[in-house]
Structure formats: structure tokens, C-alpha cells
Design a protein around this ligand. Structure first.
Ligand SMILES: C[S@@+](CC[C@H](N)C(=O)[O-])C[C@H]1O[C@@H](n2cnc3c(N)ncnc32)[C@H](O)[C@@H]1O
Length: 322
């Protein structure tokens, strides 16, 4: 039997967080956290954006022939694309993403789907040709690929991944994409298996609450217990890497999570700022400041689906000091 319920009416006497939680189908713990950190209008827009469609961006794989004519190839395939206003070489697909996904240039890795926030995370590393970079939590290797492209000629990327099945798939993908300057390691990042690098990316495992418009079911695997578990892994990786590189002042680290929760962003960075000899650097990328009230707020970046047409991301950049 079907029962019709007027959700607006049924929830009008609920406390604000419960009301938004039911109306926009998000865990109440997440809504409460967002209301604590963002203006109410923003929370509303974010919840709506999470329930809306995903933003698609494409770019050319620079290691493949024909990368310079990628936009005309995509258009010939029937996709409607427009150049991104902020990032050269990145295109927003406004219609017919299916024409790309079903195509040969997509299957053979010539055209890559790459979220703008993920591209900006790599930009925060401020890479130069010749750099050697450790991508510490790397599978499936989307950022590894962009790093590999940005450090040629002469540079390379060492990508590590803890889980063997994810490592295998990432390695296969790297071969397909022909990024010969990327090598893979089966390793736990918190044990710092890599040494001779000046730049490190920690794209940490997280709640993925910044990607709910593409993975709505992530909402329902989140609870306080799982969040605590994820935070502890993030903390171990941050501490392990910073401690291991303490004797290498000048080492630059970008820490990112595709999460909209401060627990996995500002709190983690404030915690390492208070316990280690590090200094925050301007990430040099677009985005909002971090949530207010944290030590790191003004020097870190947040990206949101409703504001920046990206996945939700937190990005911080810091340097080991003497
Ligand atoms: C957010 S994903 C990385 C996405 C990747 N950077 C990309 O752009 O495609 C985090 C990755 O870290 C891996 N991971 C989790 N714990 C780890 C650890 N202790 N050391 C290394 N990798 C870890 C996860 O299995 C997952 O593949």
C-alpha cells in the first residue's frame, strides 16, 4: 500500500537539522555538522546540489597522440563542452557525457574524466618539470596521472597504495595511459616507504562526503564510529609522513580529502600544526577559506559542488620547517 506524505508539512515542527535531514535525505549528524560550520543558506544549497546531477569535466591525456586536438574530437563525438574558465586544458561537459564514455578515445585513455577539484589538488603541489613526487595514497591513480604529466620532462612520480587489489587496477590503468614516469609501490603511507622526494601528496582515505552527487549511497555508510576510524587512519598517515621527513626541512606536503566534514580537514591540520614543526603555505588555488574558527582556516581551501561546480574537497599545503 502506498501512503502519500507531505514532507514539508510533516517536518515543519522538527528542529532545523532534523527537518533538513528528512527533506533532503542526509544523515542528521552530517546536517548538524554543516549547520555548525556554514551559513544555513549554504547548507541548503549544498544539500540540494548533493541530490542533483554531477558536474563532469574532461581533459586530454598528454601522453597520448592527438591530445592537442582533444576538444574537437570530443565535439565530433557529440558531447557539448565548454572550456573551464579557471583551468586551461580542462573542459566542462554540459551535455552528452555518454557520448564520451562510450567512445574509443575514452576507453583507450586518450580522454580522461577528471573533476576540477581533483585537478586543483594537484595544482596545489606547484609542480615543475623535473620534480620527483610521492603520491602516498594513490589508487586508482587519477592524480598520479596528472602529476606524471606535469613533471615531464625529467620528473617522475612514485605512487603508493595500501590495498593490493586497488594497486593492481591502478597499475594496469597507468600502463593503459602510457605514463612511463609513474611507478607503483605496495605500501602503507604511514610507514613512509619513500624518501628522496621534496613534494608529497596525501590524498587521504576519507568519508567521501564531497562526492554524494555521484555516490549518494555513501551517505548511509557514514556514522560517528566509521568517521572516527577514518580520522584515525588520516592522523596516522599525516603523523607518520611528517615525522619521517622531519630531518628534511623544506619538504612540501599537500593534504586533501574529498570530504565536507571539518573532522577530516581543518581539525586534522590544526592537530598537526600544534604537534609538529611545520608551516602552512598558501595553496595558490581558487576556493573558499576553511571553515571559520580553526587555526588553519585562512590558509586552507574548501571547494563545494554548489559554489564551485566541483566535488567537495578540502586542500591544505604545508612545509616541514627546521
Ligand atoms: C581518496 S583515495 C585516493 C584517490 C587517488 N589519489 C586518485 O586521485 O585517484 C585514498 C586511497 O588511499 C588508500 N589507502 C588507505 N589507507 C592507506 C595507507 N595507510 N597507505 C596508503 N594508501 C592507503 C585507499 O585504499 C585509497 O585507494
Amino acid at each position: 500500500k502506498t501512503i502519500e506524505v507531505d514532507i514539508e508539512h510533516a517536518t515543519q515542527r522538527f528542529p532545523e537539522a532534523s527537518k533538513l535531514s528528512v527533506r533532503y535525505s542526509h544523515p542528521s549528524f552530517m546536517v548538524e555538522t554543516l549547520l555548525d560550520n556554514l551559513p544555513e543558506d549554504d547548507v541548503l544549497e549544498l544539500l540540494k546540489a548533493n541530490n542533483g546531477g554531477r558536474h563532469y569535466y574532461i581533459r586530454a591525456n598528454k601522453f597520448k597522440e592527438g591530445h592537442d586536438i582533444m576538444p574537437s574530437i570530443a565535439t565530433e563525438l557529440g558531447a557539448i563542452i565548454e572550456p573551464d574558465v579557471d583551468i586551461s586544458g580542462l573542459y566542462r561537459v554540459t551535455r552528452n557525457i555518454d557520448k564520451i564514455v562510450g567512445s574509443k578515445p575514452f576507453r583507450d585513455g586518450s580522454i580522461l574524466i577528471h573533476d576540477k577539484a581533483s585537478v586543483l589538488t594537484v595544482h596545489a603541489l606547484n609542480l615543475k618539470p623535473g620534480d620527483t613526487v610521492w603520491d602516498s595514497c594513490a589508487a586508482p591513480g587519477q592524480k598520479t596521472q596528472l602529476i606524471a604529466e606535469q613533471v615531464v620532462p625529467g620528473g617522475r612520480v612514485v605512487a603508493s597504495e595500501r590495498y593490493a587489489n586497488r594497486l593492481r587496477i591502478a597499475k594496469e590503468r597507468t600502463n593503459l595511459l602510457e605514463s612511463v614516469n609513474a611507478e607503483w609501490l605496495h605500501a602503507d603511507a604511514s610507514k613512509s616507504p619513500v624518501r628522496n622526494v621534496r613534494k608529497i601528496l596525501i590524498d587521504a582515505p576519507c568519508s567521501s562526503t564531497g562526492t554524494l552527487n555521484s555516490h549518494p549511497y555513501y551517505k548511509w555508510r557514514l556514522n560517528k564510529q566509521t568517521l572516527l576510524g577514518i580520522m584515525s587512519v588520516q592522523n596516522k598517515i599525516l603523523d607518520g609522513i611528517i615525522e619521517r621527513f622531519m630531518d628534511r626541512p623544506g619538504t612540501e606536503i599537500v593534504y586533501a580529502t574529498c570530504s565536507v566534514l571539518p573532522h577530516e580537514g581543518e581539525s586534522q591540520i590544526d592537530s598537526v600544526l600544534n604537534r609538529h614543526k611545520i608551516e602552512l603555505l598558501d595553496p595558490g588555488i581558487l576556493g573558499s577559506n576553511g571553515y571559520p574558527g580553526f587555526e588553519c582556516s585562512k590558509n586552507v581551501r574548501r571547494l563545494f559542488p554548489h559554489k564551485h561546480a566541483t566535488s567537495g574537497f578540502f586542500i591544505a599545503r604545508f612545509r616541514i620547517t627546521d
